[in-house]
Design a binder for this molecule. Sequence first.
Ligand code: ADP
Ligand code: MG
Length: 319
Amino acid sequence: MIEVKNLVKKYGNHLAVDHLDFRLEPGKIYGFLGPNGAGKSTTMNIMTGYLGATEGAVLIDGHDILKEPEEAKKHIGYLPELPPLYTDMTVQEYLEFAAELKRIPKGERESAIEEVMKLTKLMDVQMRLIKNLSKGYRQRVGLAQAILGFPDIIILDEPTVGLDPKQIVEIRELIRNLSKKHTVVLSSHILAEVREVCDYILIISKGKLVASDTPENLEKRMNGTEGLEIEAKAAPEKIRSILSLVDDIAKLEIDIQKDGIARAKIETKNGADIREQVFFAFAGEKCPLLEMKASKASLEEIFMELTQGEEVYRDAGDL
Ligand code: ADP
Ligand code: MG
């Protein structure tokens, strides 16, 4: 199990990760979904011990990734956004080197390497120098390195970037198979991708966790509840009674402000637009409505951003 507790990462004054708090259960595929710059890679770099946090902690099966890195890292395979491939090595040499770093016992290395090369379809290029491989093949070498030794937790930062559609389908299949025995966390800025592969989606925007749910539930939330926020000069009971005249209200929360003013948050059924009804209900009771604003489902805005997003690469030197 992975526990991320109140994680904060600041770059100077810039808050890249803003109090993230979640836990991931074994045997599921989790997707970090968010536009470029949302903080996905930073979070993954902290979760895998490659980057220190400004505040908060990450526990991997109970081991703090910073305080007990050896113990915690044993459980993790990681494909970073920019995999540190040694391009003057052949695929085989690189995976041998990775197996050594992972302390896979000597006698088991050869079969472990062969197994991941088969899974990632690298057998045909095993003697080729990495520098002569296409982007798609390099990505698979990174992936092979991540799953080598089959750690409990496999963390993949944008695993399908740079792959062609056929390779994407193969990698997705591979990820699904891995999840039978492993916890997989992957990131993506593509909604369709996480919807397709993940059991559970964590939507990250500007470093914050804005939603976490199954793809089905997120979709339901997207299609439903558009809300309304109002401010009126009336006691909460009065507001409640006026709004009882309005159809399509799913949920109502009222907060008392000062000077006899109250604010109400209204959730509507199936995204109904009730603004006119609300206006006339208050007018009919001669009750001053001071403010009314439609609260667009924030998910929808984020999804819009996600579906429009163009991939922007940072320089390799930036990480
Ligand atoms: P994502 O992976 O979701 O695209 P990142 O985690 O890479 O997002 O970046 C989150 C934010 O932190 C961005 O605004 C990015 O510009 C900033 N950032 C990332 N790495 C650094 C760094 N090494 N120095 C300064 N700012 C950084
Ligand atoms: Mg990233």
